[in-house]
Design a protein around this ligand. Sequence first.
Ligand SMILES: *Cc1c(COP(=O)(O)O)cnc(C)c1O
Ligand SMILES: *[C@@H]1O[C@H](CO)[C@@H](O)[C@H](O)[C@H]1NC(C)=O
Length: 571
Amino acid sequence: MALFGMDVYLHVLLESAFKVSDYVTSIEESFNTYIEQNGYPPHQLFLFTIAVTLLMVWLYRFFFMHELSMWERFKLSLFKTVRRLPYFGPQIQREVEKTLDKMAGSMFQLPPGMKYVYGLPENGLSEDQVMRAVKGYQQLGHVDWKKGNVSGTVYSGQPELTQLCTKVYGEFAWSNPLHPDVFPGVRKMEAEVVAMTLKMFNAGANACGAMTSGGTESILMACLAYRNMAKERGVTLPEIIAPFSVHAAFDKAAHYFGMRIIHVRMDPKSWKVNIKAMRRSISSSTCMLVGSAPQFPHGIIDPIADIAKLGKRYGIPVHVDACLGGFLLPFMGKAGFELPPFDFRLDGVTSISADTHKYGFAPKGSSVVLYSDKKYRHSQYFVQPNWPGGVYATGTMAGSRAGAIVAACWATMMNIGEDGYVESTKKIVKAARYIAKELKKIDGIFVFGEPEVSVVAFGSEVFDIYRVSNTLTAKGWNLNSLQFPSSIHLCCTLCHTLPGVTDRFINDVKNAVADALADPQAKTTGQGAIYGMAQSVPDRKIIADIAWGYLDCVYDIKRKDKDGPVNGMHH
Ligand SMILES: *Cc1c(COP(=O)(O)O)cnc(C)c1O
Ligand SMILES: *[C@@H]1O[C@H](CO)[C@@H](O)[C@H](O)[C@H]1NC(C)=O
């Protein structure tokens, strides 16, 4: 019986297969007849074939070969259409302009009597005059980072280090690493900064690196190197696979270098990247996998060992973003904190970015990108052999660079030394873990995951956490506001290890939470309300427009006060 059934089944299958082929044949035949009857000459057929091919290529590119996914592009064009509608369009535009005007009016106000400089002083100022003006500029800020009121931002601030760096800057003020023949000392320093950092991350004999201007450039360089390697093997649109929590510098790299970035979702409890989801995102276009150690928003370390294993298995380079933790993690063992391997000890990790200008305590403007093998670094190089100005070759983005920044970074690392970094790591991690432990005891808020390093992020399921952020801002704190989901964080630096700072912070959070709990449904006002709203606007282009306005404000010199005199000094 079963056989009989099978027979019938096969018969039907074969019959339909014949029918399909009949159908195809008949299409073919009628096409041929059509061509014969209408007598298309071969060259037209040839052109027709090319046109169809081009159309197919165009369709393929349109659907699959774009930096943004189809869904993202659909949303963009939908909102673009809404913004062009007769009634809504102008209304949205007015609202955006109103916000921008408000922003321009309130941002970067000068104290009474202080004016902008609109042009060169007709006669150069004396040193005394310049220094008096500089003091005026220096005193413009009101946020007191020295007392630990600011999250992140200033990582050391120690006066002795400021003095040392200032002196070293003076020694190398005119140097330029672009000319190592003229400034061999700076070349040696730069090579040594890279060598010292390589050693910290347990790099092998074939490892190498480069100094850059900051974490963003270090990340850009690694992405560029991996993009170039992928292009070399024929990938048209190389893809970065990175956790949702990864630093925006990777989106910037995708934007600058014509790549696509795929954000992998996080485990909702631990806030580490979901490894299974990361594996499923891998395709033949993948040019790199990324993990953060730790990530900026919640200070959580991704499962680097698992990511390295994925990279190894599929033959994909793995970048570890240790921009933030680069000068903490390598010293945590000696400082007495347990930590699984996260560096070149893991087979599969091919590059690491580490910021000397964060917990390395060097002045701003330096960072290091490291590779497990020279072939990766070669892919970030740029050479123009035919330039009339000479054979032009640079290892990173910049041409001319500040040798003095390299020197100050070298001096900082030599001055602090391993014992110094172990000590600062001990103090900073202890402060952050103490804050995390105490915040977890406060009802009404929750801490994101298990903060292991220096950042503690918290949110609330009971009330809008931005209200707490408002209260803390009014008290003189300057924290980071995070989004998706709403939360705030404190990034501990040496400034937060001063006596009393952690307890002052914990107490202020306690009081702010108590206030919020008194009326959980109360409306959020001010800055916090703006942050909340910004997240709920589905048309992200509107938020981008407002951010553009903000960037314009940074260079705004309030042309309105035309009576402005010349030199920006207080009178
Ligand atoms: C700060 C940071 C960066 C970028 O560094 P910049 O020096 O600001 O360019 C990248 N990744 C992480 C995790 C960071 O904290
Ligand atoms: C720093 O924060 C504390 C609140 O803990 C506040 O009393 C102090 O005024 C703040 N300092 C400044 C300069 O805002």
